[in-house]
Every structure is written in structure tokens, then in C-alpha cells.
Ligand binder design. Structure first.
Ligand code: ADP
Ligand code: ZN
Ligand code: MG
Length: 495
């Protein structure tokens, strides 16, 4: 099939098939819970339907369809009036029915797109189709890898979890672009409330990679379909993160370049990404569509989504929200980006900005809170129940009850590390801002106790005032405002 030119100048062509887990309470074709059951006995979240027992019938989960329609709207896809389900037949121990219930020729989303920015350049990635399907169960190879295990256990708790498979056009020209796309996709899915990026295995990627003659690439980055179709490609499976995708693809591109350089041809095959070793390994020659004997699922009627799709609304998406933040709150690009990186962060910022100055809100949410959370490898959703406490801290800073420095360096950190509320930390650490009387007496004391510094100041030594400010700050345990202390000192010394 390959007519690959062995040219020095090759261009990279990548297309992705991304599986994302849709967040629903129950499985896609039965009422079993989708809660992760890691710490529970295996095969407890199962029923006759997801175990594939004879006679058990599937019923479509309304929430999974709604989630898929939201994704379709977000990627500007065509959502047909009617969508249908098919059986994809293959035998594997994690697939109890020996077929996967999926979609084939009438997927719920077709012909969408997603825009990404890489190094300041905007590129539109075409999305061929996106369909819903059930996840298989999971296998546990006991005693090592699939090759070295003594035996394998199967757990059907995951079987029937709703997945959306998103298939892109071969529009990527570098691994970096796939990374930007996956990040953007996660961001959009998270905004839609249909996806939990922190859930294990919630995003899985298969990447199709080929090399074409650089001359075949048009100025707009497109490659003629005749070239794409006549070029052998490897499908790299088992990629579970965006970082993993960039690494696996960089490896695979180099591998293919080396094969061509040696004058050999690229095989059309499926390869496995071995995360631990950082290599892709040949698994099998790629199966063709006909191998799956697709046929219509007779136990599920065609699903009419014509009216339904109109009633499903989606929230403002990250790009639009970023633009609005820049305009409405006067934020720079970087702050707007940070503050819209997740819907939870953006919502919290807007709550804070409604109460305080937007600049103060931006500094506290984007720099201080996110900075300290990142440092602790936490996400805002990990402290969701405590957002009032962070607002309270900002209120205390705004009212001058605690210095900015103490609030940032002591109170916020203690809040996160010890789990206390801000008032408790301030009380315990004695960080309440010194009262006016206390500051004034500390200023008087500093002047009385340091006659030499006073003389130096009167002789024009500006450094002396800094020394005196330092004395007052020390006496008040850092709770005075340095600017105010400076002013009070000058008043006394000049008066
Ligand atoms: P298959 O039927 O083999 O799964 P598809 O047409 O469904 O093939 O395409 C699967 C994926 O392969 C898509 O993401 C598509 O963008 C990508 N793809 C198609 N041609 C190429 C190519 N020449 N190089 C890299 N990826 C490609
Ligand atoms: Zn079930
Ligand atoms: Mg395919």
C-alpha cells in the first residue's frame, strides 16, 4: 500500500482518537454506579446488563446523551436528528458480551472543530466525528506485565462506563500541537461539566502517525487525501496523558525517520506505548474495519435527538470567557489565561471580583491561591468547600486587618497546611495588624532608643530611616504597615 518517498525532507502527520470518560452517575446502558470502586471488591458494580448475561437488555442513559450533545455544541459539530448504535464484535476477556456497544455510521457528532494556539499561531483542528460507547472492564495481570504475569484477573466494575471517542482529522503537524489540543479539549470538557480530569484513566489517546514528503504539505498545512491514503501509518495505543502523548509521538516520529533513512518502509501497524521504557512496541498488524463485523444493535431503537438537542444549553467556553475577563476586568493575557484555566477557578474569581477590586481579586486568586495550590499539587476543586475562607482572607487584607506580606506568606500557607480558617491563623500567630496606638508607641520607642540613628537622619543619611522602620516592624511583630511607619517616623523627626 505504501508509496512512500524516501526523502530527507519529511513532514509529520498525526491524527488522534481520544477516549474521554463522560461524568455520569450511572453507566451508559444500565443503572450501575460509575463511582470509582478501586478500594472496593472487584465486580461489585455490576448487573446482568453490564456483565453481558443472556437476555439482559440495554437502556440508554439520558445523561450520557446530554453530555455528548454538549460536547457536540462546544466543538461546533453537526448533531443529526437521529443517531443509532452498533455492535463492534471482537473477543477479549474484558468484554463480556464479545461485542462493544458503540456507534458507527450515525454518530452523535460529526464534522466539528477545535482551535488551538501553538507558539502564538492559531490552528483549527478538524474533528471528523465523536461518538458514545461503553468502556470494557479492566484486566489485572498478576505478577507483572502481560508477558510475565502468572495469571490475569478481570474486573467488570468499569464495564459500561460511558465514553466519548473523539476522532480528529490528520491535521496535526507536530507532537506539540497534539499536546495543545489535548489540553484545550480537557479544558472545554471540564467547562461543560462532563469530564473529571483528575479521575484515573479518564482520558486515553490513540495516535496515528505517518511521515509524508515535505513537498506534499500545502501552505495552509493541509495534505492531499491521496497522499494521506497512500501513506502507511502506525497507530500508537495506550497513551494516558498529554505529557505521555507528546513523548510517545516524539519517539514514534524519530523511529519512523530512522526506518526511512535506512531505506526501509513503514509498516501499517498498531504499536503500544510503553510509558515506563519510553518506547513504542509493535503489537500487531492493524485490524481493518471489516474485521469487526459491525451491525445495528437491535436491542436499542434509533435515538431521536432532533428536538432534544435544542433544549440542551452549554455554558460560556474558555476562549470566550478569557476574552471577556480581559475586557471586563482589565486583565492582561497571562492573568486572564490563569483565571480561566478551569471553570471552578473562573467562577471563584468572578465571585471575588464582584466584592473587591478586580486587580486585588486577580492577584489573590491567580497568583497567591493558585500558586500555593500548585506548589502543593492541589486543584481548586480540592478546596471547594473552603472558598469562603479564602474570600474572608481577602476581606481581611482589603480592610487592612493583616498585612499583605503576612497574609501571603503566613496565613494562606497555614490555611492550606494546617487546615485552619484565616481568623484562627491570625489569632494563633499574633498577626492582627497593630493598632494605631501600638504603632505610635513603637515609633516613639524607636526614636528614644536610637539617638545615633536620629542624628544620622538629621545629617541627611536616608539609610537611617530604614533602620528605624526596621526597629518598629520588629517591635510590632511585622504587623505594622511599613509605609505608615515611615510616614510617622518622618513626622516625628521633622516636626
Ligand atoms: P481507521 O479506519 O484505520 O481507524 P480512520 O480513517 O478512522 O482509520 O482514521 C483513524 C485516524 O487516523 C484519524 O484520527 C485520522 O485523522 C488518522 N489518519 C488518517 N490518515 C493518516 C495519516 N496518513 N497519518 C496519520 N494519521 C492519519
Ligand atoms: Zn450494570
Ligand atoms: Mg477508526
Amino acid at each position: 500500500m505504501s508509496t512512500q518517498a524516501v526523502s530527507e525532507e519529511t513532514a509529520v502527520v498525526i491524527g488522534l482518537e481520544v477516549h474521554v470518560q463522560l461524568e455520569t452517575d450511572t453507566k451508559i446502558f444500565c443503572g450501575c454506579s460509575t463511582e470509582p470502586a478501586d478500594d472496593e471488591a472487584p465486580n461489585t458494580r455490576t448487573c446482568p446488563t453490564c456483565l453481558g448475561l443472556p437476555g439482559a437488555l440495554p437502556v440508554i442513559n439520558e445523561a450520557a446523551v446530554e453530555a455528548a450533545v454538549k460536547v457536540g455544541k462546544a466543538i461546533d459539530a453537526d448533531i443529526p436528528e437521529t443517531t443509532t448504535f452498533h455492535r463492534k464484535n471482537y473477543y477479549y476477556p474484558d468484554l463480556p458480551k464479545n461485542f462493544q456497544l458503540t456507534q458507527y455510521d450515525a454518530p452523535i457528532c460529526a464534522d466539528g472543530e477545535l482551535e488551538v494556539a501553538v507558539d502564538g499561531e492559531r490552528r483549527t483542528i478538524g474533528i471528523t466525528r465523536a461518538h458514545i460507547e461503553e468502556d470494557p472492564g479492566s484486566l489485572q495481570h498478576v505478577g507483572g506485565s502481560i508477558e510475565s504475569a502468572t495469571h490475569t484477573l478481570v474486573n467488570y466494575n468499569r464495564a459500561g462506563t460511558p465514553l466519548m471517542e473523539i476522532v480528529t482529522e490528520p491535521d496535526f503537524r507536530s507532537p506539540a500541537e497534539t499536546r495543545a489540543f489535548l489540553a484545550k479539549l480537557e479544558e472545554v470538557l471540564e467547562y461543560l461539566g462532563v469530564f473529571d480530569p483528575s479521575r484515573d484513566g479518564s482520558l486515553r489517546v490513540d495516535a496515528n502517525v505517518s511521515l509524508v514528503d515535505a513537498d506534499a504539505v500545502a501552505a495552509d498545512g493541509s495534505v492531499p487525501s491521496s497522499v494521506l491514503e497512500s501513506t502507511n501509518r502506525a497507530e500508537v495505543k495506550n497513551i494516558s496523558s498529554h505529557k505521555g502523548a507528546a513523548k510517545a509521538l516524539a519517539y514514534e516520529v524519530t523511529r519512523q525517520r530512522n526506518v526511512l533513512r535506512r531505506g526501509r518502509e513503514i509498516d501499517q501497524e498498531t504499536r503500544h506505548w510503553d510509558e515506563g521504557r519510553g518506547v513504542t512496541v509493535s503489537m500487531r498488524s492493524k485490524e481493518a474495519e471489516k474485521d469487526y463485523r459491525y451491525f445495528r444493535e437491535a436491542d436499542l431503537p434509533a435515538l431521536e435527538v432532533a428536538d432534544w438537542r435544542e433544549s440542551i444549553a452549554i455554558p460560556e467556553l474558555p476562549d470566550a470567557r478569557r476574552e471577556r475577563f480581559r475586557e471586563a476586568y482589565g486583565l492582561d493575557r497571562e492573568s486572564a489565561s490563569k483565571l480561566t484555566s478551569s471553570k471552578a477557578v473562573a467562577d471563584f474569581f468572578e465571585d471575588v471580583a464582584a466584592e473587591f477590586d478586580p486587580e486585588l481579586a486577580a492577584t489573590w486568586v491567580a497568583d497567591n491561591l493558585l500558586g500555593e495550590l500548585n506548589y502543593r499539587e492541589l486543584r481548586i476543586t480540592d478546596v471547594e468547600g473552603r472558598l469562603d475562607e479564602f474570600t474572608r482572607l481577602i476581606a481581611l487584607v482589603d480592610a487592612g486587618e493583616v498585612t499583605v506580606k503576612n497574609a501571603e506568606e503566613v496565613v494562606l500557607r497555614e490555611m492550606l497546611d494546617a487546615g485552619d480558617d484565616p481568623d484562627a491563623v491570625i489569632e494563633r500567630e499574633g498577626l492582627g495588624k497593630a493598632g494605631a496606638g501600638e504603632v505610635e508607641s513603637a515609633v516613639d520607642a524607636a526614636i528614644d532608643e536610637n539617638p545615633e540613628a536620629v542624628t544620622d537622619y538629621h545629617d541627611g543619611d536616608e539609610g537611617a530611616i530604614n533602620f528605624l522602620v526596621g526597629q518598629v516592624m520588629q517591635a510590632t511583630g511585622g504587623s505594622a504597615d511599613p509605609g505608615q511607619v515611615n510616614g510617622l517616623l518622618r513626622e516625628r523627626l521633622d516636626g
